[in-house]
Ligand binder design. Structure first.
Ligand code: TXA
Ligand code: MG
Length: 335
Protein backbone atom coordinates (compact mmCIF):
# COMPACT_ATOMS: atom_id res chain seq x y z
CA UNK A 1 0.00 0.00 0.00
CA UNK A 2 2.74 2.35 1.05
CA UNK A 3 4.62 1.43 -2.10
CA UNK A 4 1.62 2.32 -4.27
CA UNK A 5 1.27 5.69 -2.58
CA UNK A 6 4.94 6.41 -3.10
CA UNK A 7 4.69 5.31 -6.73
CA UNK A 8 1.79 7.63 -7.41
CA UNK A 9 3.63 10.54 -5.83
CA UNK A 10 6.56 9.78 -8.09
CA UNK A 11 4.38 9.52 -11.17
CA UNK A 12 2.75 12.85 -10.33
CA UNK A 13 6.13 14.42 -9.88
CA UNK A 14 7.36 13.06 -13.19
CA UNK A 15 4.24 14.36 -14.90
CA UNK A 16 5.03 17.71 -13.38
CA UNK A 17 8.58 17.51 -14.80
CA UNK A 18 7.15 17.09 -18.29
CA UNK A 19 4.56 19.82 -17.85
CA UNK A 20 4.71 23.57 -18.29
CA UNK A 21 7.44 25.78 -16.92
CA UNK A 22 6.88 27.15 -13.42
CA UNK A 23 8.23 30.60 -12.67
CA UNK A 24 8.70 30.82 -8.90
CA UNK A 25 9.89 33.72 -6.80
CA UNK A 26 13.16 32.77 -5.14
CA UNK A 27 11.88 32.42 -1.58
CA UNK A 28 12.93 29.63 0.74
CA UNK A 29 10.09 27.19 0.04
CA UNK A 30 10.46 27.60 -3.72
CA UNK A 31 14.22 27.09 -3.61
CA UNK A 32 13.38 23.83 -1.83
CA UNK A 33 11.09 22.82 -4.71
CA UNK A 34 13.78 23.72 -7.22
CA UNK A 35 16.39 21.72 -5.28
CA UNK A 36 14.04 18.74 -5.34
CA UNK A 37 13.61 19.19 -9.10
CA UNK A 38 17.41 19.12 -9.54
CA UNK A 39 17.61 15.91 -7.50
CA UNK A 40 14.80 14.36 -9.59
CA UNK A 41 16.69 15.04 -12.83
CA UNK A 42 14.79 18.15 -13.92
CA UNK A 43 16.11 21.46 -15.29
CA UNK A 44 16.08 24.61 -13.15
CA UNK A 45 16.99 28.09 -14.37
CA UNK A 46 18.45 30.10 -11.49
CA UNK A 47 20.01 33.52 -10.94
CA UNK A 48 23.73 34.01 -10.41
CA UNK A 49 25.52 37.35 -10.05
CA UNK A 50 26.57 37.20 -13.74
CA UNK A 51 23.68 35.77 -15.79
CA UNK A 52 20.94 33.17 -15.25
CA UNK A 53 22.11 29.56 -15.53
CA UNK A 54 20.23 26.52 -16.84
CA UNK A 55 21.03 23.91 -14.21
CA UNK A 56 20.99 20.15 -13.77
CA UNK A 57 22.61 17.71 -11.35
CA UNK A 58 26.17 16.88 -12.45
CA UNK A 59 25.48 13.31 -11.34
CA UNK A 60 22.59 12.81 -13.78
CA UNK A 61 23.80 12.44 -17.37
CA UNK A 62 20.27 12.33 -18.77
CA UNK A 63 19.50 15.66 -17.13
CA UNK A 64 22.77 17.07 -18.49
CA UNK A 65 21.77 15.81 -21.95
CA UNK A 66 18.46 17.65 -21.49
CA UNK A 67 20.42 20.90 -20.99
CA UNK A 68 22.00 20.51 -24.44
CA UNK A 69 18.60 19.64 -25.89
CA UNK A 70 16.96 22.70 -24.31
CA UNK A 71 19.71 25.01 -25.58
CA UNK A 72 19.44 23.57 -29.08
CA UNK A 73 23.20 23.65 -29.48
CA UNK A 74 24.61 21.74 -32.45
CA UNK A 75 27.66 20.67 -30.42
CA UNK A 76 28.47 19.45 -26.90
CA UNK A 77 30.35 22.31 -25.24
CA UNK A 78 31.74 21.67 -21.78
CA UNK A 79 29.56 23.10 -19.01
CA UNK A 80 30.55 25.04 -15.91
CA UNK A 81 30.03 23.12 -12.66
CA UNK A 82 28.67 25.39 -9.93
CA UNK A 83 29.66 24.61 -6.37
CA UNK A 84 28.72 26.15 -3.02
CA UNK A 85 32.04 25.63 -1.18
CA UNK A 86 35.54 25.91 -2.58
CA UNK A 87 36.49 22.56 -1.00
CA UNK A 88 34.08 20.80 -3.39
CA UNK A 89 36.66 21.39 -6.16
CA UNK A 90 38.76 18.60 -4.68
CA UNK A 91 36.07 16.00 -5.18
CA UNK A 92 36.18 16.21 -8.98
CA UNK A 93 39.25 18.18 -10.00
CA UNK A 94 42.90 18.59 -9.11
CA UNK A 95 43.24 22.23 -8.08
CA UNK A 96 46.82 23.49 -7.87
CA UNK A 97 47.97 26.14 -5.38
CA UNK A 98 46.93 28.97 -7.74
CA UNK A 99 43.33 27.73 -7.82
CA UNK A 100 43.19 27.36 -4.04
CA UNK A 101 44.61 30.86 -3.57
CA UNK A 102 42.40 32.55 -6.18
CA UNK A 103 39.33 30.77 -4.81
CA UNK A 104 40.06 32.18 -1.36
CA UNK A 105 40.36 35.64 -2.80
CA UNK A 106 37.59 35.79 -5.41
CA UNK A 107 35.00 33.17 -4.49
CA UNK A 108 32.14 33.32 -4.33
CA UNK A 109 32.42 35.45 -7.47
CA UNK A 110 32.49 35.74 -11.27
CA UNK A 111 35.64 33.67 -11.80
CA UNK A 112 35.68 30.20 -13.37
CA UNK A 113 38.67 27.85 -13.35
CA UNK A 114 39.57 25.25 -15.94
CA UNK A 115 41.28 22.45 -13.97
CA UNK A 116 42.44 18.89 -14.59
CA UNK A 117 39.71 16.35 -13.87
CA UNK A 118 40.14 13.46 -11.53
CA UNK A 119 40.11 10.15 -13.44
CA UNK A 120 37.38 7.53 -13.32
CA UNK A 121 34.35 9.72 -12.89
CA UNK A 122 32.49 8.69 -16.01
CA UNK A 123 29.33 10.51 -14.89
CA UNK A 124 31.19 13.76 -15.60
CA UNK A 125 31.95 12.89 -19.23
CA UNK A 126 29.03 14.76 -20.74
CA UNK A 127 29.41 17.75 -18.37
CA UNK A 128 33.05 17.99 -19.49
CA UNK A 129 32.21 17.16 -23.15
CA UNK A 130 34.69 14.32 -22.96
CA UNK A 131 37.61 16.63 -22.13
CA UNK A 132 40.19 15.77 -19.44
CA UNK A 133 39.50 19.19 -17.91
CA UNK A 134 36.70 20.47 -15.72
CA UNK A 135 35.36 24.00 -15.47
CA UNK A 136 34.26 25.12 -11.99
CA UNK A 137 32.99 28.19 -10.21
CA UNK A 138 31.33 29.26 -6.97
CA UNK A 139 28.73 31.93 -7.83
CA UNK A 140 28.19 34.96 -5.62
CA UNK A 141 24.41 34.83 -5.35
CA UNK A 142 22.48 33.71 -2.27
CA UNK A 143 19.80 31.93 -4.34
CA UNK A 144 22.36 30.00 -6.40
CA UNK A 145 24.32 29.00 -3.29
CA UNK A 146 21.21 27.89 -1.39
CA UNK A 147 19.98 25.93 -4.40
CA UNK A 148 23.28 24.04 -4.75
CA UNK A 149 23.45 23.36 -1.02
CA UNK A 150 19.90 22.08 -0.76
CA UNK A 151 20.15 20.01 -3.95
CA UNK A 152 23.10 18.34 -2.24
CA UNK A 153 24.98 18.10 -5.51
CA UNK A 154 26.95 20.54 -7.69
CA UNK A 155 24.96 21.99 -10.57
CA UNK A 156 26.11 22.00 -14.19
CA UNK A 157 24.86 25.11 -15.93
CA UNK A 158 25.46 27.06 -19.11
CA UNK A 159 23.74 30.40 -19.56
CA UNK A 160 19.96 29.89 -19.67
CA UNK A 161 19.32 30.86 -23.27
CA UNK A 162 18.83 29.12 -26.61
CA UNK A 163 22.03 28.71 -28.58
CA UNK A 164 23.12 31.86 -30.51
CA UNK A 165 21.06 34.24 -28.39
CA UNK A 166 22.01 36.65 -25.62
CA UNK A 167 22.68 35.42 -22.09
CA UNK A 168 19.65 36.27 -19.92
CA UNK A 169 19.92 38.53 -16.89
CA UNK A 170 16.27 38.33 -15.80
CA UNK A 171 13.79 35.49 -15.23
CA UNK A 172 11.59 36.94 -17.95
CA UNK A 173 14.42 36.76 -20.49
CA UNK A 174 14.97 33.09 -19.58
CA UNK A 175 11.29 32.38 -20.05
CA UNK A 176 11.20 34.16 -23.43
CA UNK A 177 14.21 32.16 -24.62
CA UNK A 178 13.53 28.70 -23.19
CA UNK A 179 9.79 28.65 -22.37
CA UNK A 180 8.64 25.12 -21.46
CA UNK A 181 12.05 23.59 -22.18
CA UNK A 182 12.88 24.29 -18.52
CA UNK A 183 10.95 22.87 -15.55
CA UNK A 184 11.37 25.68 -13.00
CA UNK A 185 12.63 29.24 -13.36
CA UNK A 186 13.65 30.72 -10.01
CA UNK A 187 13.06 34.45 -10.21
CA UNK A 188 15.71 36.22 -8.16
CA UNK A 189 15.50 39.59 -9.91
CA UNK A 190 18.08 41.10 -12.26
CA UNK A 191 21.70 39.86 -12.19
CA UNK A 192 24.09 42.44 -10.74
CA UNK A 193 27.16 41.80 -12.92
CA UNK A 194 25.31 41.18 -16.18
CA UNK A 195 28.25 39.67 -18.11
CA UNK A 196 29.51 36.10 -17.86
CA UNK A 197 32.28 35.04 -15.52
CA UNK A 198 35.97 35.27 -16.40
CA UNK A 199 37.23 31.85 -17.49
CA UNK A 200 40.81 31.19 -16.38
CA UNK A 201 42.70 28.17 -17.63
CA UNK A 202 44.92 26.82 -14.85
CA UNK A 203 45.91 23.59 -16.58
CA UNK A 204 49.09 25.20 -17.94
CA UNK A 205 52.13 26.69 -16.16
CA UNK A 206 50.96 30.19 -17.12
CA UNK A 207 47.41 31.19 -16.28
CA UNK A 208 45.44 32.07 -19.42
CA UNK A 209 42.14 33.96 -19.66
CA UNK A 210 39.89 32.09 -22.11
CA UNK A 211 36.98 34.49 -21.68
CA UNK A 212 37.09 38.00 -20.25
CA UNK A 213 34.45 38.69 -17.62
CA UNK A 214 33.63 40.03 -14.17
CA UNK A 215 37.18 39.59 -12.75
CA UNK A 216 39.84 41.42 -14.77
CA UNK A 217 43.33 40.44 -15.93
CA UNK A 218 44.71 43.11 -13.56
CA UNK A 219 42.77 41.69 -10.61
CA UNK A 220 44.27 38.27 -11.33
CA UNK A 221 47.82 39.56 -11.87
CA UNK A 222 47.70 41.54 -8.64
CA UNK A 223 46.61 38.46 -6.77
CA UNK A 224 49.03 35.99 -8.37
CA UNK A 225 51.95 38.40 -8.70
CA UNK A 226 52.65 37.04 -12.17
CA UNK A 227 51.66 37.75 -15.77
CA UNK A 228 48.29 36.38 -16.83
CA UNK A 229 47.79 35.84 -20.56
CA UNK A 230 44.82 36.26 -22.83
CA UNK A 231 44.15 33.31 -25.08
CA UNK A 232 45.22 34.11 -28.63
CA UNK A 233 42.72 31.69 -30.10
CA UNK A 234 45.45 29.73 -31.91
CA UNK A 235 44.38 26.08 -31.82
CA UNK A 236 48.01 24.93 -32.14
CA UNK A 237 48.93 26.55 -28.85
CA UNK A 238 47.93 24.35 -25.95
CA UNK A 239 46.81 27.30 -23.85
CA UNK A 240 44.08 28.56 -26.17
CA UNK A 241 40.39 27.65 -26.13
CA UNK A 242 41.26 25.88 -29.37
CA UNK A 243 42.11 23.07 -27.01
CA UNK A 244 38.42 22.44 -27.32
CA UNK A 245 39.32 20.86 -30.66
CA UNK A 246 41.31 18.32 -28.64
CA UNK A 247 38.05 16.46 -28.12
CA UNK A 248 37.96 12.99 -26.75
CA UNK A 249 38.45 10.43 -29.52
CA UNK A 250 38.96 6.68 -29.16
CA UNK A 251 42.46 5.41 -29.96
CA UNK A 252 40.99 2.55 -32.01
CA UNK A 253 39.70 2.90 -35.56
CA UNK A 254 36.15 4.20 -35.23
CA UNK A 255 33.64 3.96 -38.10
CA UNK A 256 30.26 5.69 -37.97
CA UNK A 257 26.95 5.25 -39.85
CA UNK A 258 27.56 1.51 -39.89
CA UNK A 259 24.71 -0.99 -40.24
CA UNK A 260 26.85 -4.05 -40.98
CA UNK A 261 29.79 -4.21 -38.53
CA UNK A 262 32.84 -6.40 -39.18
CA UNK A 263 33.67 -9.19 -36.71
CA UNK A 264 36.67 -7.31 -35.30
CA UNK A 265 34.56 -4.24 -34.55
CA UNK A 266 32.79 -3.63 -31.27
CA UNK A 267 29.38 -2.45 -32.41
CA UNK A 268 27.54 0.39 -30.64
CA UNK A 269 23.94 0.28 -31.80
CA UNK A 270 21.12 2.80 -31.54
CA UNK A 271 17.46 1.78 -31.52
CA UNK A 272 15.93 -1.65 -32.06
CA UNK A 273 16.88 -4.17 -34.71
CA UNK A 274 20.52 -4.66 -33.70
CA UNK A 275 20.34 -7.83 -31.64
CA UNK A 276 23.99 -8.84 -31.76
CA UNK A 277 25.35 -5.41 -30.76
CA UNK A 278 27.81 -5.32 -27.84
CA UNK A 279 26.43 -1.95 -26.68
CA UNK A 280 23.30 0.03 -27.46
CA UNK A 281 23.17 3.80 -26.85
CA UNK A 282 19.39 3.55 -26.49
CA UNK A 283 17.42 0.45 -27.46
CA UNK A 284 14.25 2.61 -27.44
CA UNK A 285 15.83 5.11 -29.82
CA UNK A 286 15.77 7.91 -27.22
CA UNK A 287 18.34 10.56 -28.19
CA UNK A 288 18.59 11.96 -24.66
CA UNK A 289 19.53 8.53 -23.34
CA UNK A 290 21.98 8.14 -26.23
CA UNK A 291 23.66 11.46 -25.43
CA UNK A 292 23.90 10.49 -21.76
CA UNK A 293 25.65 7.21 -22.68
CA UNK A 294 27.79 8.44 -25.58
CA UNK A 295 31.13 9.27 -23.93
CA UNK A 296 31.03 6.39 -21.47
CA UNK A 297 30.32 3.91 -24.29
CA UNK A 298 33.06 5.26 -26.56
CA UNK A 299 35.47 4.94 -23.66
CA UNK A 300 34.30 1.42 -22.75
CA UNK A 301 34.58 0.34 -26.39
CA UNK A 302 38.09 1.74 -26.58
CA UNK A 303 39.14 -0.14 -23.45
CA UNK A 304 37.57 -3.48 -24.46
CA UNK A 305 40.48 -5.80 -25.30
CA UNK A 306 38.38 -8.27 -27.35
CA UNK A 307 37.94 -5.88 -30.30
CA UNK A 308 40.46 -3.98 -32.43
CA UNK A 309 38.04 -1.42 -33.77
CA UNK A 310 34.72 0.31 -33.08
CA UNK A 311 31.67 0.85 -35.27
CA UNK A 312 28.55 2.86 -34.51
CA UNK A 313 25.07 2.67 -36.00
CA UNK A 314 23.56 5.73 -37.73
CA UNK A 315 22.15 8.35 -35.36
CA UNK A 316 19.23 10.43 -36.67
CA UNK A 317 20.12 14.06 -37.44
CA UNK A 318 17.40 15.62 -35.32
CA UNK A 319 17.27 17.21 -31.86
CA UNK A 320 20.23 16.03 -29.78
CA UNK A 321 21.24 13.78 -32.69
CA UNK A 322 22.87 16.81 -34.34
CA UNK A 323 25.31 17.25 -31.43
CA UNK A 324 25.89 13.48 -31.19
CA UNK A 325 26.71 13.30 -34.90
CA UNK A 326 29.03 16.30 -34.61
CA UNK A 327 30.94 14.59 -31.84
CA UNK A 328 31.22 11.11 -33.38
CA UNK A 329 32.23 12.60 -36.72
CA UNK A 330 35.20 14.29 -35.04
CA UNK A 331 35.99 11.18 -32.99
CA UNK A 332 36.00 9.01 -36.12
CA UNK A 333 38.39 11.30 -37.97
CA UNK A 334 41.95 10.10 -37.67
CA UNK A 335 44.53 12.75 -36.87
O1 TXA B 1 28.87 33.52 -15.70
C1 TXA B 1 28.90 32.41 -16.20
O2 TXA B 1 29.96 31.81 -16.40
C2 TXA B 1 27.57 31.75 -16.57
C3 TXA B 1 26.81 31.48 -15.26
C4 TXA B 1 25.52 30.73 -15.51
O3 TXA B 1 27.64 30.77 -14.39
N1 TXA B 1 27.77 30.54 -17.31
C5 TXA B 1 28.16 30.53 -18.62
O4 TXA B 1 28.26 29.25 -19.17
O5 TXA B 1 28.41 31.53 -19.25
P1 TXA B 1 28.35 28.99 -20.74
O6 TXA B 1 28.25 27.51 -20.92
O7 TXA B 1 27.33 29.79 -21.45
O8 TXA B 1 29.78 29.44 -21.12
C6 TXA B 1 30.90 28.69 -20.68
C7 TXA B 1 32.00 28.78 -21.70
C8 TXA B 1 31.68 28.06 -22.98
O9 TXA B 1 32.01 28.91 -24.06
C9 TXA B 1 32.59 26.85 -22.95
O10 TXA B 1 33.02 26.48 -24.23
C10 TXA B 1 33.75 27.33 -22.11
O11 TXA B 1 33.14 28.14 -21.14
N2 TXA B 1 34.39 26.20 -21.45
C11 TXA B 1 33.81 25.39 -20.55
N3 TXA B 1 34.66 24.42 -20.16
C12 TXA B 1 35.81 24.63 -20.82
C13 TXA B 1 37.07 23.95 -20.86
N4 TXA B 1 37.27 22.85 -20.15
N5 TXA B 1 38.03 24.46 -21.65
C14 TXA B 1 37.80 25.58 -22.37
N6 TXA B 1 36.63 26.25 -22.40
C15 TXA B 1 35.65 25.78 -21.64
MG1 MG C 1 26.50 31.04 -22.92
Amino acid sequence: MRFIVLMSVKIKFLAFIDGDVMILSAMRANIGKAAMMIRMGGLVAFPTETVYGLGASIRNSRAVAAIFEAKGRPTFNPLITHIAEAEQMNEFAVPDSRAVFLAQKFWPGPLTFVLQRKPQQAFLDLVCAGLPTMTIRCPNHPVALELIERAGVPIAAPSANRSQTLSPTTAEAVWKSLDERVDIILDGGACSVGVESTILDLTTPQAVILRAGGITKEDLEDALQETVYFSDGNPDKPTSPGQLSRHYAPAKTFRINVTDPRPDELFIAFGSGFNGAQLNLSPQGDLREAAANLFAFMRAADENKKFNAIAMAPIPMEGLGVAINDRIKRASRRA
